[in-house]
Ligand binder design. Structure first.
Ligand code: PLP
Length: 449
């Protein structure tokens, strides 16, 4: 697109003067003014194109300006732009039915929310109401959202400044084969030891006090940690044994990110509640929700559910969700993600790992991968420390800058670079983006031994 520096200056000035941004020291940031987006690419006002390798915040599963989603929203706006949640609405009902049809087991009802945090908030509310218990267990190295209970569940530094939040949360270690907290040497051992640890946490915290265990089916922002075989089955078994509700947070990994409707499908596990957001409609209109098992839903057949939202099941958001299902089915999105993941991304990342002294581990599934950067592949010392900021974070910031300079917008977190492009990315774009990352990692190699 043509450069438009005048508009850029106005956008930047309004933003700097009046927009208060998430998670940031306001004076230390310089948000990129974005002029346009299409498919897997967006443009700044100087005319620079960026291949979006982070799908914005891993929500833009169908890419920018997908014509089917845009049309669905436009049509719905022309028909009925909004209607309050206690009334029945065609697209709201259709989307709930379609989600229930692809959800595992007897998860047949959907409570719609505005996003992921309030989905988790309401899932916990349901678990507490049904069990009559209060405590919730969640993992270190997790993110569940920024509202009071969701940020308390979160197992990363974003929780710290929000403490004490919900006091009825305890954290446990999940499996992380590359940096095993259990000193295990194989994935099988990691799964088994992680389950033994979780069982001990349940016993020591008191099973009679624990309403729910919540975890990301595949940990997202905190590392693309794919649970080793047997782990999620084991969590299901512990929840059954101790009368605990199993909540799978699929906000980031649901709706095709790993080549399945829900990531739990990879493991053949049925949680009691699944939370979702992001990919359900690529975030074109804010939407999230909780998919609810018959057992939990039936508790509220004659007892009122103590929660609600003005925009629960907003028609514009739901219309984009229904269109998402149509596109996924018509264009074979799940098959495409599985194919690109195994045929293109995985082998290329293994090559990249072999090329660079700074790459300790690559892991992932579908179109969701992490490249873990280290100072030494021997010691596995992270290239930048946990929670690195400012000068400490410079090596990873330099890799990100090299990617951006070459026209690829990466997702970085601590000592990792994540590969999470839109699921509609063309194969040549995907290969090009991986080539750019390969070259950019030379910058990281300078910090490695
Ligand atoms: N859960 C997970 C796994 C997430 O990745 C996120 C957001 O990144 C959330 C919950 C919170 O979602 P939202 O930002 O829509 O509230």
């Amino acid at each position: 697109i043509e450069p438009d520096l005048e508009t850029e200056a106005r956008v930047r000035a309004d933003d700097r003067a009046h927009v208060f941004h998430s998670w940031s020291a306001q004076a230390l940031i310089d948000p990129l003014p974005v002029a346009a987006g299409e498919g897997s690419t967006f443009w700044d006002y100087q005319g620079n194109a960026y291949l979006d390798f982070s799908s914005q915040l891993v929500n833009l599963n169908l890419g920018h300006q997908h014509p089917d989603l845009v049309r669905a929203i436009q049509d719905q706006a022309g028909r009925l732009a909004t209607i309050q949640p206690s009334m029945a609405n065609d697209v709201r009902g259709e989307l709930a039915r379609r989600i229930a049809e692809v959800a595992p087991g007897d998860l047949n009802k959907v409570f719609f929310t505005n996003g992921g945090a309030d989905a988790n908030e309401n899932a916990v509310r349901m678990a507490r109401a049904v069990t009559g218990k209060r405590k919730v267990l969640s993992m270190y190295r997790s993110y569940h959202g920024n509202t009071t209970t969701a940020i308390s569940l979160t197992g990363d530094p974003r929780r710290w400044a929000n403490e004490p939040g919900d006091g009825s949360v305890a954290h446990f270690f999940g499996p992380y084969p590359y940096r095993s907290p259990f000193h295990s040497t194989t994935p099988e051992e990691e799964a088994q030891r992680a389950l033994e640890h979780l069982e001990q946490v349940i016993v020591l915290e008191g099973a009679s006090t624990i309403a729910a265990i919540i975890l990301e089916s595949i940990v997202g922002t905190n590392g693309v940690l794919v649970p080793p075989p047997g782990y999620l089955q084991g969590v299901r078994e512990l929840c059954d044994r101790f009368g605990i509700v199993f909540i799978a947070d699929e906000v980031m990994v649901g709706f095709g990110r790993v080549g399945e409707w829900f990531a739990v499908d990879r493991f053949g596990v049925t949680p009691d509640l699944i939370t979702f957001a992001k990919g359900v409609n690529s975030g074109y209109v804010p939407l999230g929700g909780v998919v609810i098992s018959d057992r939990i839903a039936s508790h509220f057949d004659t007892v009122a559910f103590p929660g609600g939202l003005t925009y629960s099941g907003h028609p514009l958001a739901c219309a984009a969700g229904v269109a998402t299902f149509e596109v996924f089915e018509r264009d074979g999105i799940l098959e495409r993600v599985r194919d690109l993941g195994t045929r293109v991304v995985e082998p290329r990342l293994r090559e990249i790992a072999a090329n660079h002294a700074s790459v300790g581990d690559v892991r992932g599934a579908g179109l969701f991968w992490a490249i873990e950067l280290v100072k030494s592949t021997e010691t596995r010392e992270p290239l930048v420390p946990f929670n690195a900021a400012g000068a400490d974070a410079a090596p990873v910031a330099a890799v990100a800058a090299a990617c951006k300079k070459a026209g690829v917008w990466p997702f970085t977190h601590f000592n990792r670079l994540h590969v999470a492009p839109p699921l509609v990315i063309a194969e040549d774009e995907l290969r090009h983006g991986l080539d750019v990352i390969d070259r950019a990692l030379e910058v990281a190699d300078e910090y490695a031994v």
